[in-house]
Design a protein around this ligand. Structure first.
Ligand code: FAD
Ligand code: UDP
Length: 740
């Protein structure tokens, strides 16, 4: 822990060791070169239960003295019994495993974990699956998947002296290191060893909780015992392929094995059983082979051997790219920031977002709107250029249309309909990643057509299910669509773009009525860009989006916005309209993210926007529908779609909350309506904006563009960069409508 290590002593309290029955309880204290002091209680044998806890508590109190701790950091709830009385500025629960699922887990583990969850200011989980399992147990919980000391393991890619006990093993060699316990699939290991007697299997690590006599004994399996971390690269250097023959059981459901990136950093291809987090984080790499059965495991070991021979192959480049950003220092600094924030929040009891009356002060910028456009601009101006910024919003909350909150049933819902984050822009994703962790999520949508629910966007499965076909290749699906498509000379409208690709029947089934409901007009009256948002596929990809980054903010959008606006130079006022404060606040420049026509008092008439009304419901059932959103394209339904949030957020709860969307003409302006005449009207307002250089117009409403969230973030970042460049070039900031 960089800062803590640098400034404060760090003690690591180990599990007790047993000394002889006569000796008094004592501590063994060792200083390590890392700067950490390891403290190991020595307890007389036979000490158990309450007496054991009392002895540990006395040792701990003696050791800590009266100095209050900065942080108490629990890596197991089992330590709580003798330490719960200690005071500390911050309590961290670093949850590394679903320990309760382990063999011989003590019964008090579950209540102790509950107590620790209630006490902890911050909770970390050693992987995403564990995070998903625990995320509704704590408000400040963050996934911290395993990282790797790349340099340490990369040594295995070069020549290292072979440890003596591994030298006799014939090649090819397959290796495993780690604790050998009920998490290991010993039957699988035996079956693979039997299938290939010419291969050697090196198993390194202590045997725990299982009788060594139960380990499969084969001439080609070699149990070499526990090794020091420092010696592991030397062993791995002598393997061809690394193995993770984990059993798929309760004890492995939530593991996120640290050895995966270590094996890869050591340059070895990996063969693993389908552990959820391994498949999730590494399953896409050619160098990580997944196999569920002994037969498949042997086949994947063969494939991995072939890769191992190709040390300069693409698979290595791909592995190195995947590992490039992994470092324990990164994990440590993310953890440290969260611990610092928790300490800060406790010390000041300040709300997460500083909400202030406008001070008797001058602001460099007044930002109207606390949605993506306004919040990104405010953050950049404050943190990037040191400006003093006041952000206002007429709504009683931050986050604009992306606002989410817990409903009465404790389910995280989106007040203004489902918001799914997706982007191809690494810049946008990296920028937002400063303010949030992410939960990987790929949105899937089904369309209700008669009695059937079929994938939307239309793909090969949709066609097969709808027409009882068995199209099995892209080419067959393409030919099917081509036979139905109607040629359109110039593609201008939202009808043209669909009919020319998939023909009238599919257009009517999926697009025409949906669009009439959504927009209050026929697709032939809308610009082609509207329905072109939804592609048609000839493969079986059933994701709604294909962007390279698809994820939801791990703790929701509102938390992400709170982090963005949490800057000493930013004040936020909610529930106030620009009209109410424009004369009262002293400010230099204005960033306006509301409707552009409203800013100019509708001088040329109103720009049309489409609105929605939302019906939010909570149901007494765990799940309502099989995917995040079901679309209802038929006219007989007054709504366009129903979305169920738990799919998106991963929240686990007994009840579920859903939202129906009913399009309407009047209400909050949600959608600019892409039509040539509306664009022409907008251009007139844009001309006014260009003539108003002291105001910057950014965002979906201020630039009248049907933009997704990522596009608005990209637009705001580009606008800020332009402002900063102009300022550094010494120009008066001649702002205008944001660049596209
Ligand atoms: P907004 O979020 O609208 O923020 C503007 C803010 O300005 C508002 O909070 C408003 O109250 C405030 N304001 C306006 N005028 C004034 C004033 N005079 N005084 C004070 N405050 C004012 N995008 C995606 O990427 N993925 C999705 O899945 C997705 N789903 C969507 C679903 C729905 C139903 C809707 C409507 C939009 C969806 N979007 C989605 C688009 C996304 O909402 C927008 O791209 C994004 O929110 C635009 O951000 P913004 O800051 O420009 O505008
Ligand atoms: N659309 C449709 N049928 C569908 C889905 C979308 O006709 O099942 C059309 C409709 O006009 C919609 C547009 O495609 O407004 C864009 O869809 P998208 O899902 O991108 O809309 P958003 O999420 O922005 O409301």
């Amino acid at each position: 822990m960089t800062r803590f290590q640098a400034q404060l002593p760090v003690y690591y309290w180990e599990e007790p060791e047993t000394s002889d029955a006569e000796s008094a309880p004592s501590l063994r204290v060792r200083s390590c070169t890392s700067g950490v002091t390891v403290v190991t209680p020595q307890l007389p044998s036979g000490l158990a239960g309450e007496a054991r806890e009392t002895a540990l508590r006395a040792l701990l109190d003696d050791f800590v003295g009266r100095t209050p701790l900065a942080v108490r950091w629990y890596y197991t709830p089992m330590m709580l019994g003798f330490s719960r009385h200690l005071s500390a500025q911050c309590t961290v629960y670093d949850c590394m495993d679903e320990l309760a699922n382990f063999r011989f887990a003590p019964p008090e583990l579950i209540p102790l974990e509950q107590e620790l969850m209630a006490l902890a200011d911050v909770v970390f989980t050693g992987g995403y699956s564990l995070y998903e399992a625990k995320r509704d147990r704590h408000a400040n919980i963050h996934p911290m998947p395993s990282s790797v000391d790349r340099l340490h393991f990369a040594a295995a890619r070069g020549d290292l002296p072979e440890p003596a006990d591994q030298q006799p093993l014939p090649r090819p060699r397959f290796g495993f290191y780690g604790v050998v316990d009920e998490r290991m699939d010993l039957a699988l290991l035996a079956a693979v060893a039997d299938a290939r007697p010419d291969w050697s299997f090196a198993i390194l690590g202590p045997v725990v909780k299982i009788d060594p006599a139960d380990l499969p004994q084969r001439p080609n399996i070699f149990y070499l015992g526990g090794k020091d971390y420092a010696d592991l690269p030397g062993y791995v250097a002598g393997w061809d392929v690394a193995l993770m023959p984990f059993a798929i059981n309760e004890a492995t459901r939530f593991i996120s094995p640290t050895k995966t990136p270590e094996y890869l950093a050591a340059g070895r291809p990996v063969v693993s059983t389908p552990i959820v987090d391994v498949v999730r984080h590494y399953g896409g790499l050619a160098g990580v082979r997944i196999a569920a059965t002994a037969e498949a495991f042997v086949a994947e070991c063969e494939a991995a051997l072939a890769l191992a021979a190709d040390t300069h192959g693409n698979w290595r480049t791909e592995v190195d790219a995947a590992l490039a950003d992994l470092s324990w220092d990164n994990v440590a600094s993310r953890m440290q920031a969260l611990v610092d924030a928790a300490i800060g929040a406790k010390a000041t009891r300040a709300p997460v977002v500083p909400i202030a009356r406008p001070r008797n002060t001058h602001y460099d910028y007044l930002v109207v709107g606390a949605g993506f456009a306004g919040s990104v601009m405010a953050e950049r101006l404050a943190a990037g250029s040191g400006k003093r910024v006041l952000v206002i919003d007429r709504r009683p909350h931050i986050a604009g249309n992306a606002y989410d909150h817990l409903d009465d049933a404790g389910i995280l819902i989106h007040k203004y309909g489902p918001h799914i984050f997706h982007t191809n822009s690494a810049d946008v994703f990296d920028y937002l990643s400063r303010f949030t962790e992410w939960r990987p999520y790929e949105h899937r949508v089904l369309a209700q057509v008669g009695e059937k629910r079929v994938p939307m966007p239309i793909n090969r499965t949709t066609l097969n299910e709808l027409y009882g076909l068995s199209l099995s290749t892209d080419a067959e699906a393409e030919a099917f669509l081509a036979s139905r498509a109607e040629p359109v000379e110039t593609i201008r409208t939202s009808a043209d773009v669909v009919v020319s690709k998939i023909g009238r029947e599919l257009y009517e089934t999926f697009f025409q009525c949906y669009t009439r409901k959504q927009w209050g007009m026929d697709p032939s009256e809308l610009d082609k860009s509207v329905t072109a948002r939804v592609p048609t596929r000839t493969n079986t990809d059933d994701r709604y989006f294909t962007d390279s980054f698809q994820a939801m903010p791990a703790d929701g959008y509102t938390k992400m916005f709170a982090a963005m606006l949490d800057h000493p130079n930013i004040d936020v006022m909610l529930g106030v309209d620009f009209a109410d404060v424009r004369e009262q606040v002293s400010f230099g420049k204005l960033v306006f993210t509301g409707p552009i026509d409203e800013y100019f008092d509708h001088r040329y008439g109103k720009l049309p926007y489409r609105s929605l009304s939302f019906r939010h419901e909570t149901l007494d059932q765990a799940q309502f529908q099989e995917v995040g959103t079901v679309n209802y394209p038929a006219e007989s339904y007054p709504y366009t779609r129903i979305s169920e949030y738990k799919h998106m957020t991963g929240q686990v709860a007994e009840r579920t909350s859903i939202t129906y969307e009913y399009p309407c003409a009047d209400g909050d302006p949600y959608y600019p309506i892409p039509r040539p005449e509306n664009q022409a009207l907008f251009k007139r307002y844009e001309a006014l904006a260009i003539g108003t250089p002291e105001v910057v117009f950014v965002g979906r409403l201020a630039t009248y563009r049907y933009y997704n969230m990522d596009q608005v973030v990209g637009q705001a970042l580009a606008t800020y960069r332009r402002l900063a460049e102009q300022e550094s070039a010494g120009h008066d900031v001649a702002a205008s409508v944001a660049a596209e």
